[in-house]
Every structure is written in C-alpha cells, then in structure tokens.
Design a protein around this ligand. Structure first.
Ligand code: TYD
Ligand code: MG
Length: 459
C-alpha cells in the first residue's frame, strides 16, 4: 500500500491532535501550542504497551501474586531512597524533572558512583560529550569499572544497545534530546518525547531493567508534555529550589511503588549534592531574633514534619490598591486569610501591602501553615515580635476558627526536638496529644486567631 502522509497539528502541552491549525488548544486551552507534524497513516501506530512483548499474561488471583521478588536498589542517598519509597525498583521507569542547572545530571552521576560498585550501568547522554561527563565525574570522584558512557540520541539504537549490553541500570539524560527517527517532528516535541518514553518503557519492562529518565521543564515549570509522560512512567520526581540558593528539594509527584509527597533535601556543594538529614535545622538557621513579622510553622511533608520560618510584612500602601505578594505560599490562600483576619478577628489590612515569604525556597501548601501565616502578618502589622521559642500550626476556617490538623503529635515532637518550648495548636487537637515524652513543652490550645496571637507574644 502506498504510504499516505498527512499533516496533523499536535499540542505540545497536552498532546491534543487536530487536523487544522488553531491558535488555542481545544484540549488544555493554552495559546500557540499547536505544532504541525507529518503522520504516516499507512504504518501502524507504535504506541501500544503490549506490542512487542510476545507473552500475554493471564489474569491472576490477587492472593497468588508474589511480591517477594520486588527488588530495590539503594542509591546510596537516603534522601533519594525516601522519595523513591525505599530505592529504585527493578524494571521501573523513573522520570526526574527540574530546571536546567539544578543538579539532575549531578545526582545521576552520584548514583552511578554508588551503584556502579556492584551493578553494570549505562549512562546515555544526548546533551554532553564523553569528555564533559568524564570531567564532571572526576570532580565528583566517580570511580567505577562498571559505568559505561554512551553519547547517542537515536532511541532505537539505544534500545538495541540496552538489549545487547544488558546493563542493570540505565540513565537517559535527557528525554528531550532523544529522537525516534521514523517520526518527522523535531526532538523535544510532544510526539517524540512520548514515543521515546514508550520505547524506554517497553525496554525497561521486557528486560526488567530500571531506567531513570531526565526531563526538562518548560517555562511554566512543568515537564514538557507533562500529562503524557506522567501517565506512562512509574514515578515522577521533581527537583525544586532556587538555583541561586544551595538547597535542592526533591519531591515525589507520582510513585507507583511508594507514597508521594515525600521530600528529600539536598545541598549543592563543591562535591555535588550532599544530603541534609535535618532540614528543619537548616531552614531555621539564621532566624532573626526579636523582630516582628516572623513565625515558625510546622508542615508535614509526607511522613516527615518540617519546621519552616514564615515571614510576613505589612506596610502602608502607596497606591490605591494594596499589593498582595507571596512566595512559597498560595496567593489565593493568603487573600483568604487576610479576609478572615479583617472580618472575624478585627485586624485591618485593607490599606496595607502584605508580603509573605517562606524562608529557604520551600513551598508549603498545607492548610496547617495558615495560622503561622496569619500570625506573622499580625505581628508585622502591630510590630510586636513573636516569642522566639514558640511555634504555631492550625488551619483557619472562614468563621475565624482554628481547625484541628492531622499528625499533631509528630509536629510537636519535631518542635520539641529542635528546642521549641511553646506550641500553639488547635484546641481540638489538645485531647489527642500524649504529653509523656514532651517534657518542657508548653502546649496551648487555641480556638481563634486572637487567642493564638496573644499566646505567641511574650507575656
Ligand atoms: P547539573 O547536574 O549539570 O544540572 P542539570 O543536569 O540539572 O542541568 O548541575 C549543574 C550545576 O551544579 C552547575 O551550575 C554547577 C553545580 N555543581 C556544583 O556546585 N558542584 C558540583 O560538584 C557539581 C557537579 C555541579
Ligand atoms: Mg544535565
């Protein structure tokens, strides 16, 4: 049959296909994302997961499924293992995303250094030359006879090499540079990224080899073709943090083999990424003393309580409309808290600019942080400092009430460990707290914002 090539327009954000070009994608509503691609309709689609695997499995009774052979490789970095749910699972495909220069290639080489002592590793780079990789490896003191460097971008050649060389771990840096030659679109486009990931997925599953894939993020901070890729891979890890600052936070966004929302904290140093075992201590270091407008909050990141300093600033507005800015905290949530403060607690912010900043580049989305945000703003407005040894957590309701939060015990224990002696917590959490191992911690249950603020300032 003669090949029929027709052109289609594919959205490079969500993968929506149309036969005609349009300015706004009907799928995701983004503008200017439709790109032309040539599609050969005479060929079969290359996307099916089952295609290529000759063995079709039969349905199995759940109790007869053996999970004992689930093998995990520890990466030598405890923080990374935690985010992965205990290590890299055999046959899994992990996507590692993040801004350029945040440390993705660095962490891969560090894993190679540790695992390369026992496993055969294939490191495929489409971005850097062998010499560049070697220079970085020397700097990170990578010393391994099992680490193979391969600079190639043709995904079919890479899949072939994986089949013949049979490495025990494969790293692809990055998926946007990979190219599936049968497709006409340029590397990095959504179709290319999807097909290349599919090839890797098939290879990973059929040979039971774990594959770690690096993915770049687009200008909005999402991995290119995010929705498409997230569905295919087993786990999505995401590097966050300010490039200017040395902290790097690794966050699990999706994980088929463990819990998500666990974070790993690293610090970029001369010798690559170093783990930060005590993130609360790091985030609280350099806290100003006796200054108004700062309050410590305790947020849960997965199973781990993390203390972070919230800074608020309220200044007289210069223009008609007051400014509202927040970094590391949801902007809408801040507006809501300001409205509650004004209507329910009698603190007036309608003619002041307000700023919120979570110190350390952390992003806190948990409602339990509400109270610390509210209190830091009031503290700045009144210019009354919060007691240095005090901390607050609780969700603020629209009626101005402080609502109970989960994991109160773990949060207080972390505060105790770091030397805080006064915890302002929701009143309804008080009865569930076991005070046994919390010597020297004064617990104050509060029902509304005013009570909380009074309990936090030095009496
Ligand atoms: P890199 O891993 O190349 O980033 P990505 O692959 O995510 O684009 O990280 C590069 C940055 O990290 C670079 O700006 C230099 C810095 N760096 C260090 O500070 N120390 C080190 O030991 C290494 C290897 C890199
Ligand atoms: Mg890189």
């Amino acid at each position: 049959m003669a090949s029929k090539v027709k052109s289609v327009y594919v959205c490079n954000e969500c993968g929506w296909e149309t036969s005609k070009w349009c300015g706004k994608c009907p799928g995701c509503g983004q503008w200017n994302t439709m790109e032309e691609e040539l599609k050969d309709t005479s060929k079969k689609a290359v996307t099916s997961h089952l295609e290529g695997s000759s063995v079709y499995a039969k349905p199995t009774i759940i109790n007869q499924i053996d999970t004992n052979d689930e093998q995990r490789y520890h990466t030598g970095l405890k923080e990374l293992d935690r985010v992965l749910g205990g290590g890299i699972v055999k046959g899994s495909l992990v996507l590692l995303g993040g801004d350029p220069g945040i440390g993705k290639s660095t962490i891969l080489l560090q894993i190679c250094n540790y695992l390369g002592k026992t496993l055969k590793i294939l490191y495929v780079s489409g971005e850097e030359s062998k010499r560049q990789i070697k220079l970085r490896a020397d700097r990170l003191e990578v010393d391994s006879d099992n680490l193979y460097i391969f600079t190639e971008t043709d995904i079919q050649i890479i899949a072939e090499i994986i089949k013949t060389e049979k490495p025990e771990l494969v790293m692809i840096d990055s998926i946007q540079t990979m190219n599936f030659t049968e497709l006409s679109s340029s590397p990095g486009s959504i179709t290319q990224v999807r097909e290349c990931t599919n090839v890797l997925m098939k290879t990973a599953k059929s040979l039971d080899i774990p594959v770690i894939v690096v993915g770049h993020v687009n200008k909005d901070g999402a991995i290119a073709g995010p929705k498409v890729l997230e569905h295919i891979v087993d786990a999505v890890l995401y590097f966050e943090g300010d490039r200017q600052m040395s902290y790097r936070i690794l966050r699990g966004v999706k994980n088929r083999y463990g819990s998500t929302n666990e974070i790993g904290v690293f610090q970029m140093e001369e010798m690559g990424l170093q783990e930060v075992e005590n993130p609360s201590l790091m985030l609280l270091s350099g806290r100003p003393k006796n200054v108004s407008g700062t309050c410590v909050a305790c947020a849960m990141e997965g199973t781990r309580p993390i203390l972070a300093e919230i800074q608020g600033l309220a200044t007289t507005t210069g223009f008609g409309n007051p400014r509202r800015m927040s970094t590391g905290f949801d902007h809408n949530r801040m507006s809501l808290i300001l409205a509650v403060l004004e209507k329910r607690a009698g603190y007036f912010f309608s003619n002041v600019d307000t700023y919120i900043n979570v110190v350390g580049g952390l992003r806190l989305d948990e409602p339990a942080v509400d109270l610390a945000v509210a209190v830091s703003l009031i503290s700045s407005l009144k210019d009354v400092p919060i007691a240095e040894n005090a901390l607050a957590f609780g969700e603020i309701g629209l009626a101005g009430e402080i609502r109970s939060v989960s994991h109160a015990q773990a949060r207080i224990a972390e505060a105790h460990r770091l030397g805080f002696t006064r915890c302002i917590i929701p009143y309804h959490n008080m009865k569930s707290i076991n005070k046994k191992q919390l010597d020297g911690v004064e617990l104050i249950g509060v029902k509304n914002i005013r009570e909380a603020f009074e309990a936090l300032t030095d009496r």
